[in-house]
Design a protein around this ligand. Structure first.
Ligand code: GLC
Length: 727
């Protein structure tokens, strides 16, 4: 092991000769080799024949945060987690792996330590699962990088890690609007009907998704011409109506003679191999597929350039799926299974035989053995996919991002992926995959969001309403309310489930959903401003209360979050609940929107409160001396007027806010081409002094300032930004 100092707060412990994952983006030139190897803080290491184990003792007050996409609490104590990307659609509390592999963790108590294990094979975390006070991490390999971050607060320790990743992914502004999906809207006419109904019912929406059925026989980069005739014209028609269409791209390439992507892949040896050096064969949606070897730069370039086939039709966004990669079965496994079934035909099975049959069936899908038998090329040599399994979805998405960048260097695209590895947050967002229409999954979403942000995944969200199973009106409403500030806001559901579009229930539900979606659109200036600031400054958009408040309650709460610098959310996520208990860590302004009523504002004192919240009410808490920026909702983001904004401020003495905005579509933000405003509101005795300065060429002309003081007195001023005066 060699040790390096990256700076006084970041150390790198290099074991053997690690695979280059490019998950971090610092320059190796800044690394300073230490003359003597340093000791790894917190952990004691032991080496086995093919693995390394790190063991540490947790103090009673230590919390273990991070590990991105995984079930359970934000504090991972008591958990067994396996970092091994898995296509498992049943996210029950006992699951140890989901789609992403996020090897970062922060141990925080009297001291704050951050660790990142850059290793693309399997890593197993026993975080007090076998022994409550011990943490044990087993890295199934001898070659990896272990980073240690140390600072005097948890927030700054996380920031050290985020900084090493570099700049995060920035989607176009319209991607913060409401998005409607389903597996699948199978024909252009069905898509039209969804679009028309959204508009007729006054439900704002920016995008409609095309799931696998838009393709011809599930072949990537094809469009079924019977179901989607004249696709380019259809894309245009939808855009005129204010909708972007977002097609899915899967990892597997269908095996079919004369299908160009397949033919090119075979001719150029672009696919992963089996032991016989033939293209590895597995079954997914299209039947037999080959998987592109995304480890190779030339394959990434080839696949990434294929997105042009769809961008040429006017497509501006994609979701990459099945990229763990998901395997339904292999030839060998199917053979073993069918033989098993045949051997049992007509038999009265005993318990043992019945379980064996079950095991044989379960082994068909996503089995580690299959990943071990698949091979990828690295540095001219074939290595088992298993060793670099966790990089697959990340490299597919990197291919897409780089391809799109090459096609249109100054244009932002919407892009997110199901599988991911740390570092993918630079290229794209992620969605949390196949959740269920379960109340528990609203809470799971809330807990995952801050954990994902810690690892640089900023454009994140869950399938609103739940993917698997049937939702109902109240679950959809509560979920839509709880997601009101998630950057990715998409309602998506599985085949054979009940329809769950916002208009799919009774009129009252549609009315409530309209109000919720209008609130979402009103909040877009705040969401965008906070997303951009957090992403560009490597900060968190979702924070636990403990990141800002030091009281004992705030340290423990995981079902309320701070979102951006000014808002706390405390969503209702329980069935039939007419409200919930909320811990208010300082005096705040509670803002409730109610269907068909005036909004309500109430100053809430520090302490525990029961917040009543009927189904048609959505709540947000504005923090003291903070403000949020709102706009008039419209049918989509492109039609919103960002020149006349409302500022809702809760002022005790002085509140300042930097409202970030930019063109929302180009890469000019990289050159700091912001065009926002800086607002300062000071309460002097019984009147407010307002100071607004422009940043860049701000679009904002007029502000409607709504200011509440701690007595709950609300006043409204109009403000002319150009002439800097109250009107
Ligand atoms: C996977 C995805 C899901 C999609 C389905 C069909 O299950 O996670 O979102 O709808 O495949 O493409």
């Amino acid at each position: 092991m060699k040790t390096y100092s990256l700076n006084s707060q970041v150390k790198l412990f290099r074991f053997g000769n690690p695979v280059r994952t490019d998950s971090l983006s610092y320059s190796e030139e800044t690394m300073e080799l230490q003359p003597e190897p340093l000791e790894i803080p917190f952990f004691i290491e032991s080496h086995e024949e093919k693995s390394v184990t790190l063991k540490g003792r947790l103090k009673k007050t230590d919390k273990v945060l991070g590990l991105g996409e995984s079930v359970g609490s934000v504090n991972k104590r008591g958990r067994w987690i396996e970092s091994y990307a898995t296509d498992d659609p049943i996210h029950t509390p006992d699951k140890s792996s989901l789609y992403g592999a996020h090897n970062y963790l922060f141990i925080t108590g009297d001291e704050h330590h951050g660790f990142y294990i850059d290793f693309p094979g399997k890593v197993i975390y026993d975080i007090g699962y076998h022994h409550p006070d011990e943490i044990e991490i087993k890295i199934e390999g001898m070659d990896f990088d272990l980073y240690h971050f140390k600072h005097d607060s948890l927030k700054s320790t996380i920031k050290l890690f985020r900084r090493l990743q570099g700049e995060g992914y920035v989607p176009p502004k319209w991607a913060f609007g409401n998005q409607q999906s389903r597996w699948s809207y199978e024909t252009a006419d069905i898509v039209r009907e969804v679009a028309d109904t959204m508009r007729k019912k006054g439900l704002p929406c920016d995008a409609i998704y095309l799931d696998i059925d838009y393709m011809e026989d599930y072949k990537n980069f094809t469009v079924d011409e019977t179901r989607f005739p004249d696709f380019g014209k259809f894309v245009d028609e939808m855009k005129t109506d204010g909708f972007r269409l977002i097609p899915i791209i899967d990892a597997g390439v269908k095996v079919e003679k004369n299908y160009q992507v397949y033919e090119e892949g075979v001719a150029n040896h672009y696919f992963c191999k089996d032991e016989k050096d033939e293209a590895f064969l597995a079954a997914v949606w299209p039947g037999w597929v080959h998987f592109p070897d995304f480890q190779l730069p030339e394959v990434r370039k080839w696949f990434g350039n294929k997105y042009e086939i769809l961008t040429d039709f006017g497509i501006e966004g994609f979701w990459n799926d099945m990229n763990e990669p998901a395997i339904f079965y292999t030839e060998e496994k199917m053979k073993a299974f069918t033989e098993k079934v045949k051997s049992l035909e007509g038999k009265n099975l005993d318990l043992q035989e019945y379980f064996e049959l079950n095991r044989c069936y379960e082994a068909l899908t996503g089995d580690e053995k299959d990943y071990k038998n698949m091979f990828q090329k690295m540095d001219g040599q074939m290595i088992s996919h298993h060793q670099i399994h966790n990089l697959y979805g990340y490299n597919m998405t990197r291919a897409a991002a780089e391809g799109l960048r090459e096609l249109a260097p100054n244009k932002r695209h919407l892009l997110f992926s199901r599988s991911s590895y740390t570092g993918m947050g630079r290229y794209a967002g992620l969605w949390t995959g196949d959740n269920h229409s379960w109340w528990e999954h609203i809470l799971l979403m809330l807990k995952m969001m801050p954990a994902l942000n810690m690892g640089g995944f900023m454009y994140v969200g869950a399938d609103i309403g739940g993917f698997g199973g049937d939702t109902n009106a109240s679950l959809l409403i509560r979920w839509s309310q709880a997601s009101i500030l998630t950057p990715l806001y998409r309602n998506h559901s599985a085949k054979y489930t009940r329809s769950q579009e916002p208009y799919a229930f009774d009129e009252k539900t549609t009315d409530t959903m309209r109000k919720v979606l209008e609130l979402r659109y009103s909040l877009i200036p705040y969401i965008y401003s906070e997303y951009m600031k957090a992403t560009l400054n490597q900060d968190l958009y979702f924070k636990l209360l403990s990141f800002e408040y030091e009281d004992d309650h705030s340290k423990e709460i995981e079902d309320q979050l701070l979102v951006g610098e000014s808002v706390m959310i405390a969503p209702v996520y329980e069935e039939n609940a007419k409200g919930r208990y909320v811990w208010v860590p300082e005096e705040m302004l509670l803002w409730k929107t109610v269907t068909n009523h005036q909004d309500e504002f109430q100053v809430v004192s520090k302490g525990h409160h029961y917040m009543h919240l009927e189904m048609d009410e959505t709540s947000l808490f504005v923090r003291k001396n903070k403000m949020i920026i709102l706009a008039e909702p419209a049918r989509n983001v492109d039609s919103m007027d960002f020149s006349a904004l409302t500022v809702l401020a809760f002022v005790e003495d002085t509140a300042t806010y930097y409202y970030y905005d930019d063109d929302g579509e180009s890469m000019d933000y990289k050159a700091n081409k912001a065009n926002g405003i800086m607002i300062k509101v000071t309460l002097v005795k019984d009147h407010y002094e307002i100071d607004v300065s422009q940043i860049g060429e701000s679009k904002v002309r007029r502000l409607n300032l709504m200011m509440a003081n701690v007595k709950g007195e609300l006043v409204e001023y109009g403000y002319d930004v150009k002439n800097q005066q109250i009107i």
